[in-house]
Design a binder for this molecule. Structure first.
Ligand SMILES: C[S@@+](CC[C@H](N)C(=O)[O-])C[C@H]1O[C@@H](n2cnc3c(N)ncnc32)[C@H](O)[C@@H]1O
Length: 226
């Protein structure tokens, strides 16, 4: 994707604390079995051998939301992308513990995989607490920008849903401004309560709980692909 507005840079680290032996085994044994193929189109047929509804989570962190949704909807397929190794290990642990057979992972940039999904193939896209890039001169690195949003819009089926959560007031305002200017997404909020309270089927991640403990507000946005 040639997108002059978005520079693909990671905010923060891609590696954290050293893995324990059990975690290393997950990375060596389970991750290759669940990773999306390196090449070619990525859809329900290639991943699951049928035409089940497909969900995509960008930057799943420790995988709590991804695993919760996959457990809730066992007949749907889930793709999660996350470059942070310790996060991927967290997701692998949830997948193993919950015996989830409907999740595929990509350790790396979500946009690289999203580009390979056929247009209109996704039912849901999730972007929860995207990296804030708080400085104005770094705003072009935010996921909520025309380049990534055009891609998300293309990959969602009409009527599909894009969910965005943030605890960052600057990002919240930025997202409302950018999303509000788009004609291809309809904001599903009818009143303030809809974006101030967590919608059903949207679990709290540890990241979100920490934000609330530290006194930060959390905003929840649901958009329908028109
Ligand atoms: C603030 S954390 C939120 C994690 C998780 N979504 C949650 O709510 O608990 C942002 C995450 O986005 C990931 N991330 C950043 N850029 C990404 C990209 N291009 N593709 C996929 N994940 C990305 C980071 O590694 C990080 O784990």
């Amino acid at each position: 994707m040639a997108d002059p507005l978005t520079i693909r840079r990671l905010y923060g680290r891609s590696k954290g604390h050293k893995l324990r032996a059990g975690q290393e085994a997950l990375v060596e044994d389970l991750l290759p079995a669940l990773s999306v193929p390196d090449q070619g189109a990525i859809d329900s047929w290639t991943l699951f051998g049928d035409d089940r509804p497909l969900h995509f989570e960008i930057g799943f962190g420790a995988g709590e939301h991804l695993a919760y949704r996959a457990d809730l909807l066992p007949d749907h397929g889930f793709i999660g992308a996350e470059p942070f190794l310790n996060g991927v290990v967290g997701a692998l642990g949830h997948i193993r513990d919950r015996h989830l057979a409907n999740v595929r992972l990509h350790m790396g940039d979500a946009l690289d995989v999203l580009e390979r999904v056929p247009d209109g193939a996704l039912r849901f896209v999730y972007l929860l607490h995207p990296d804030p890039w708080p400085k104005a001169r770094h705003a072009k690195r935010r996921m909520i920008n025309p380049g990534p949003l055009d891609l998300i819009a293309a990959k969602l089926a009409p009527g599909g849903e894009f969910r965005l959560g943030t605890d960052d007031p600057v990002y919240c305002r930025w997202a409302m401004m950018i999303m509000g200017a788009r004609r291809d997404f309809e904001w599903l909020a009818e009143s303030a309560i809809d974006f101030l309270t967590r919608p059903g089927g949207w679990p709290e991640t540890r990241y979100e709980a920490k934000a609330r403990r530290q006194g930060r507000e959390v905003w929840y946005f649901r958009y329908r692909r028109v």
